[in-house]
Design a protein around this ligand. Structure first.
Ligand code: NAD
Ligand code: WQD
Length: 339
């Protein structure tokens, strides 16, 4: 049985990935400082997989504590989700983001190197494409992140590429996620945003549950068929699967690996289409106003997923209705998330 360290495993994407890994016979150890999550998500994971998970409440920048954990286990690989992700906050507090996201990964890589663990998956983001020139976005397209958050992802991708080139022993994949949506289908594990959500889907479900009054649709004058922005939404469990397949791809490779791979659905939905999909699933109307554009939003973002299909044999399994259904089930069962 292989053992995988999942940092940030108490968070949204990490927790679903842990479930997938454990259900496919991996031993998983979680390190998370709970800065944007709750230990209740670990309990929710354990209830789903019916196994106890080894969890350490540790900051990945704490080299001594991290080294201690590497002494306790012989890891076959590491998946890093630990990091901050709020684009707006990163503009206000860039150093907080550079310190945690970049500093965290550097410390983690140093400890991995020291303990001879060289297989690594990193959570990158479609935000690294900046203002795209064409659709769909392929991994070789020009990058140019527009926020400190996005730049942390871009800098880390570059750091990882340098590390992978430095020695044949490294196997590294950066996964560029598009827009994750959905929840575990039990309705007991899902996204638990702090305060008022920044993202579209949790905002919609919080309006539907009565926690927020109405949605603001940020602009209907984009160059798209209905005037609202188009995004590529991907089910959280498909993202989770992508991480397991990325790990397995590297485990099966004799040579070093240094890859960047998009994970999206390859399909685009406008803000109005997302509202419509949720309304159908919930059988209720979502009140909304059209407001001005949100700074930094681009009109369209859609992934080319050819590389993930070819290299990882990854195929998204779930469509937009399943994403909305699962997310709505989670929201209804847990109106206050894990709190
Ligand atoms: P999340 O905030 O739910 O999960 C991140 C987890 O990392 C949290 O549990 C947090 O407590 C933990 N963490 C943060 N800093 C840490 C540190 N220094 N040490 C230990 N733990 C720490 O976010 P998520 O949505 O699950 O995203 C996971 C990763 O994927 C992030 O790196 C994010 O930037 C990236 N990503 C997310 C999205 C998205 O839309 N959710 C899209 C693209 C990329
Ligand atoms: C989707 C669409 C908004 C909220 C963000 C990050 C990105 C990545 C994924 C981490 C946009 C519109 C939204 C609302 C709205 N995360 N919207 N009203 O901006 O595509 O991506 O999450 O890496 O880096 O930027 O996702 O869900 O915020 O927005 O009209 O209340 O919904 O304008 O068109 P986004 P989102």
């Amino acid at each position: 049985m292989k053992t995988i360290l999942v940092t940030g495993g108490a968070g949204f994407i990490g927790s679903h990935t842990v479930v997938d890994l454990v259900q496919h016979d991996y031993k998983v150890v979680i390190v998370d400082n709970l800065s944007n999550s709750s230990a209740k998500s670990i309990k929710a994971i354990e209830d789903i997989v019916k196994t106890e998970i080894d969890f350490f409440e540790v900051d990945i920048r704490d080299k001594d504590k991290l080294s201690y954990i590497f002494e306790l286990y012989k890891f076959d690989g590491v998946i890093n989700f630990a990091g901050y992700k709020a684009v707006g906050e990163s503009v206000e507090l860039p150093l907080k983001y550079y310190d945690n996201n970049i500093g965290g990964v550097i410390t983690l890589l140093e400890v991995m190197e020291e303990f001879g663990v060289n297989t690594f998956v990193f959570s990158s983001s479609a935000t690294v494409y900046g203002i795209p020139e064409k659709m769909p976005l392929t991994e070789g397209d020009k990058t140019g992140a527009a926020s400190p958050y996005g730049r942390t992802k871009l800098f880390i991708e570059n750091i990882l590429s340098d590390v992978a080139l430095s020695s044949q022993k490294w196997k590294i994949i950066s996964l560029r996620y598009f827009n994750p949506l959905g929840a575990h289908e039990s309705g007991n594990l899902g996204e638990d945003p702090n305060g008022i959500p920044n993202n579209l889907a949790p905002y919609i479900t919080q309006v539907a549950i009565g926690k927020l009054e109405k949605l603001s649709v940020f602009g209907n004058d984009y160059d798209t068929p209905d005037g609202t922005c188009i995004r590529d939404y991907v089910h959280i469990n498909d993202l989770a699967l992508g991480h397991r397949l990325a790990m397995e791809y590297m485990f099966n490779k004799k040579q070093s690996v240094n890859e960047i791979i998009n994970l999206g659905s390859g399909k685009g939905y406008s803000v109005f289409e997302i509202i419509d999909s949720f309304e159908k699933v919930m059988d209720k109307k979502i009140p909304y106003d059209i407001t001005k554009r949100r700074a930094g939003d681009i009109d369209i973002s859609i992934a080319s997923i050819d590389k993930a299909k070819k290299l990882l044999k990854w195929e998204p399994r779930y469509g937009i209705f399943k994403m909305c259904e699962d997310m709505w089930r989670w929201q209804q069962k847990n109106p206050n998330g894990f709190h």
